[in-house]
Design a protein around this ligand. Structure first.
Ligand code: DGJ
Length: 752
């Protein structure tokens, strides 16, 4: 039996090989061939899924060598065999250019290694050769072994038969009699042939996450990483590489990938001296040192890699659907029909009240939220301990008796009576020094004894790697969920690590904290979800600081940014969707002028900006006028009708706000092409420059679609019913009155 590729306690091998033709994007892409096949004569392993083929083989030296990653080949095509690349010798060195699937540092390797170790006797040379393998219907486990020592590495491969997305990870096992210290361990390395490429990745900062950064790949290494102990705002563990120097939304080859890890991570994109490109992704080797005792093993995170011949748009649609079908929790149905539930429209109290929460105030907000058509009421920070501001209370998870003299029950009961479910904010991994918890357990925080403990937002990080801390965190959350009827936790995490000491362990072992902390976080989430299966979770980290495919196995949604300005959000939402599905992209409508940048915008503009993702309301709605209330109510009702198409359909970025023009537009089409939703936004028009013609995409050209405005109008005389061919070729012309500053329009098209 092939070992199951475990995702921190969950079984991943849930896609059984499907060998019948599968229709995607109008073409038959499946073939009567198993997704995983091995050619024993040529020693070539081949994976086929969707429009993708991936192949690698064992060369004469015994190395595992990548052979091909790209568009799908015919089942009759033969790839390989693997022949080591030319060895280069010069006056002082020799080096290999063989693209290895998982190269260890040793034997004259100069490219980025996937694995680097130090043995107990000081030897640091590790050379991995093929040992044996096992085949499953949808992948392989390939076992490599050092040429002399008892270090084994099992490479796990699973291909998704629909998208062709490949999941790769490695298990490193020490069968030596002495410990081995792992200094660098990747999930996988992926190789592209020599060529000219453009690299895309996501960068940012607090309140400014999700900037798509594009640059030509030059010789040398481009490192995208977090050294912060968690995923981070500054970079996200996702990349795309496009062939050529003119990246295109709709055309051209794109290779992309994402790492499922919420601790310190690194993706290294390396263009070597022969212009070949290698992407190595895994634990961040910075300050890394994982001691493997005899008989122990270390499992890496999973690295997902995909390929599209249809530009960045094609790549993001593949990844988004994969996330919905295979990563996110709460699947309804099974197989390719599996889908997480559309997110309830939420109300969140944070921007209305900040820490000033109490029973009366929250009930007043809940009454108004229910009248708007909101599905879920969420109370944010401030309800527990002595939490009057961000200086105190974190760690003391009892209900504040002054603010809620009768506990949470009266509020929760009222929320239920109003027809909504109830959600609550927590920040489980943190502690304020001004808290009972810290006074009782000052040793529970990450720190180096005798050294200062740096605070951020007046808080310290609990060392979740410790079993007692893990048990405390699980215990209070379990109690909270058992004693109260809570449907949802907004799980916050508001600082980065500093002084990451774990003084319970011997000095040589303390760096294990980088792995153990994140694994314990996953195990708490896993156990909570099992014990309270109806509870949904939002991953928040001072905005979008913890969004990655690791946390998304447990989190049903994420908070992309503390910046809720609707214009800034357009660019952030655009960036977000290159890597993540709009299904998880929470977007609140908040008050105007905006608290951050003081920009004033209409409620309609704010609503439509947020309706591009999973809608929420975060304003002080008790102050809304009757007119504002009616507008929000009407648009929430309209959103409910088309939400599934918006958040789980095929997304086309018709005009990206990144292009710096005064216009932007998106379109989503549901999977059976029966419905489409279009959003159009104007930043600021110049006289005489009208909104560009919107040529729609992805519709069925031969079906008729009826257009209904959600907000705004088309040009006078435009048809309300026309064929998919009309909307795609002739295009949609926006109405004569669609101009000015911060304007928004939205339309739905339904197949007749
Ligand atoms: C940071 C989050 O991103 C905000 O939405 C809010 O929950 C605050 N923390 C509360 O402290």
């Amino acid at each position: 039996m092939v070992a199951l590729l475990s995702k921190a306690g969950k079984t991943m091998r849930n896609l059984k090989g499907i060998s019948v033709g599968i229709v995607l994007a109008g073409s038959v892409i499946g073939m009567a061939q198993s997704p995983a096949s091995y050619d024993e004569t040529a020693k070539v392993f081949r994976l086929d899924g969707g429009d993708v083929t991936y192949a690698f083989g064992v060369n004469a030296r015994g190395e595992l060598q990548q052979l091909y990653w790209g568009g799908r080949l015919a089942s009759t095509d033969r790839v390989g065999p693997a022949v080591p690349a030319r060895e280069w010798a010069s006056f002082d060195s020799s080096y290999t250019t063989t693209p290895q699937e998982y190269a260890a540092w040793g034997a004259g390797l100069f490219v980025e290694p996937a694995l680097k170790v130090t043995f107990a006797d000081g030897n640091r040379d590790l050379v991995l050769h093929y040992d044996h393998h096992e085949t499953a219907s949808d992948g392989f486990d390939i076992v490599l072994k050092d040429i002399k020592r008892q270090v084994f590495v099992t490479l796990h491969y699973i291909i998704d038969p629909v998208s062709g997305i490949l999941a790769r990870s490695a298990t490193i096992e020490n069968r030596e009699a002495q410990p081995v210290t792992i200094e660098q361990a990747a999930a996988a390395a992926l190789e592209l042939p020599a060529g000219q490429y453009t690299l895309d990745y996501l960068t940012g900062r607090w309140a400014g996450e999700w900037t798509l950064t594009q640059e030509e790949l030059h010789p040398g290494e481009r490192v995208i990483e977090s050294r912060r102990g968690s995923t981070g705002h500054q970079a996200n563990p996702w990349f795309a590489i496009q062939a050529g120097d003119r990246p295109d939304e709709d055309a051209g080859e794109v290779w992309f990938g994402a790492l499922a890890w919420s601790g310190s991570w690194r993706i290294t994109v390396e263009k070597d001296q022969l212009d070949a490109v290698r992407v190595t992704a895994g634990f961040n080797p910075f300050d890394f040192g994982y001691v493997l005792h005899p008989g122990e093993s270390l499992e890496t995170p999973v690295f997902y890699g995909g390929y599209s011949a249809h530009g960045l748009g094609g790549a993001s649609r593949l990844l988004q659907h994969y996330e919905v079908a295979h990563i996110l929790p709460h699947r309804v149905g099974s197989g390719e029909d599996a889908a997480p539930k559309a997110r309830p429209v939420i109300y969140n109290s944070w921007e209305a009240t900040e820490f000033n929460v109490n029973e009366q105030g929250q009930i007043a907000l809940a009454e108004k939220a229910a009248a708007l058509g909101v599905d879920r009421f969420v109370m944010d920070d401030g309800w527990f301990g002595q939490r009057k501001n961000d200086h105190a209370g974190l760690g003391d998870w009892y209900v504040n008796p002054q603010k809620f003299p009768h506990g949470l029950k009266p509020l929760i009961d009222k929320v239920h009576a109003l027809g909504m479910d109830f959600g609550l904010w927590v920040e489980p991994e943190m502690v304020n020094p001004d808290s009972d918890l810290y006074r009782q357990h000052p040793d529970w925080v990450l720190n180096f004894p005798g050294r200062p403990r740096s605070e951020q937002r007046n808080q310290l990080v609990l060392n979740l790697a410790r079993q007692d801390v893990r048990d405390y965190v699980f215990g209070f959350l379990d109690k909270l969920l058992t004693e109260n009827d809570i449907a949802f936790l907004k799980w916050d995490y508001n600082r980065n690590w500093s002084e990451p000491g774990w003084d319970q362990l011997p000095p040589a072992e303390q760096k294990k904290v980088y792995v153990a902390f994140t694994r314990n976080l996953y195990s708490i989430l896993d156990e909570l979800k099992k014990k309270h299966p109806k509870v949904e979770i939002e991953s928040c980290s001072g905005g979008g600081g913890r969004v990655d495919l690791g946390i998304l196995r447990y989190a049903d949604e994420v908070w992309p940014s503390d910046n809720t300005d609707p214009f800034d959000r357009l660019t952030q939402q655009d960036g977000f969707t290159y890597a993540y599905t709009p299904q998880i992209m929470m977007a609140w409508v908040t008050d105007s002028p905006h608290w951050l940048n003081k920009r004033s915008t209409s409620l309609t503009y704010r609503m439509l900006s947020s309706m591009q993702g999973s809608l929420g309301i975060g304003a002080n709605i008790t102050k809304w006028s009757d007119e504002e209330t009616a507008t929000a109510k009407r648009l929430i009702a309209a959103y409910h009708q088309v939400q599934k198409t918006i958040v789980q359909g095929d997304l086309y970025r018709l005009i990206s706000p990144r292009d710096g023009s005064e216009f932007s537009a998106t379109q989503t089409v549901n999977r059976d092409k029966s419905q489409s939703v279009v959003f159009a936004f104007i930043h600021s028009t110049q006289e005489g420059r009208g909104f560009p013609l919107l040529k729609l995409k992805g519709l069925d050209p031969t079906s008729d679609y009826v257009l209904t405005p959600i907000e705004g109008a088309l040009k006078t005389g435009s048809p309300t019913t026309a064929s998919g061919a009309y909307w795609m070729n002739h295009g949609m012309e926006m109405g004569e009155n669609f101009h000015g500053d911060f304007q928004a329009a939205a339309f739905r098209l339904d197949r007749k």
